[in-house]
Design a binder for this molecule. Structure first.
Ligand SMILES: [Fe+2]
Ligand SMILES: [Fe+2]
Length: 246
């Protein structure tokens, strides 16, 4: 593998990545994440945010968070999560993030040296046993959400020509990293249609958030390592973010 789980001492000249998801920042959180972004900027060469930056998806929440993100001296790349969509302000939020220098990916690629970061939010749908699209119009539309989004993901990752690729998403592509959630909620945690795409293209690492009660690490059926970097997931080193040498 071209990456390894983070060590406290840099072992190679490979870029070190700090990743965290699900900050769920509110208007009363101003300043709360400033030390976190300052630390990630010191520890890593690149910071990835795996969605749910905000709790209600409001511009006022983002205004407070952007002041904290400004404490980070390294590039910040994010995907949005379902909570960021909650208030219907995604175009304004995206514009504000980009104006502040934060890269927002939605089925887009960020080139960081020879590492390609393929980023997108993803969606719901469930795992391993897909709902057959033979039903009422609304149910078919639901079943098609992840199918169409996974097709879009495949077009994006197919366009990457880098030998080293990292997938950044909000929803989960496998069950392993959502174990701990109520089984009834699995269908809302992500979709294994993404794992099918991942295993056809074999990126070096997949990072997601969204599952606050899930599990830190897992693998796709094809063996690609997947990390749930939601802030709420306990790490062995006690941090609330994860470090990777990619
Ligand atoms: Fe979340
Ligand atoms: Fe979420």
């Amino acid at each position: 593998m071209l990456w390894q789980a983070a060590l406290h001492v840099r072992a190679s000249p490979m870029p070190r990545i700090a990743a965290i998801g699900d900050l769920h920042a509110t208007t009363t959180d101003a300043g709360r994440f400033a030390p976190l972004f300052a630390e990630m900027g010191r520890e890593a060469d690149l910071v990835l945010l795996a969605g749910d930056l905000l709790d209600l998806g409001q511009s006022a929440e983002l205004e407070a968070l952007l002041a904290d993100i400004a404490e980070c001296d390294m590039p910040v790349v994010c995907v949005l999560g379902n909570h960021d969509y909650y208030s219907g302000e995604v175009p304004a939020l995206t514009q504000s993030l980009r104006a502040a220098g934060v890269t927002v990916l939605e089925h887009e690629i960020f080139h960081f040296g020879d590492l390609d970061i393929i980023g997108f939010k993803g969606t719901v749908g469930g795992f391993n046993r897909m709902l057959a699209p033979i039903a009422e119009t609304e149910v078919v539309a639901f079943a098609n959400l992840s199918k169409l989004d996974a097709e879009r993901f495949e077009r994006t990752i197919s366009s990457s020509t880098s030998a080293r690729r990292l997938v950044l998403m909000h929803h989960a592509p496998i069950v392993d990293t959502i174990v701990g959630e109520a089984v009834e909620e699995y269908v809302f945690m992500g979709s294994s249609r993404y794992a099918e795409v991942i295993d056809r293209h074999m990126p070096d690492l997949v990072i997601h958030g969204h599952s606050h009660f899930g599990t830190l690490e897992g693998r796709t059926p094809g063996g690609v390592r997947v990390f749930n970097v939601a802030m709420q997931i306990p790490r062995p080193d006690g941090r609330i973010y994860s470090l990777f040498d990619v």
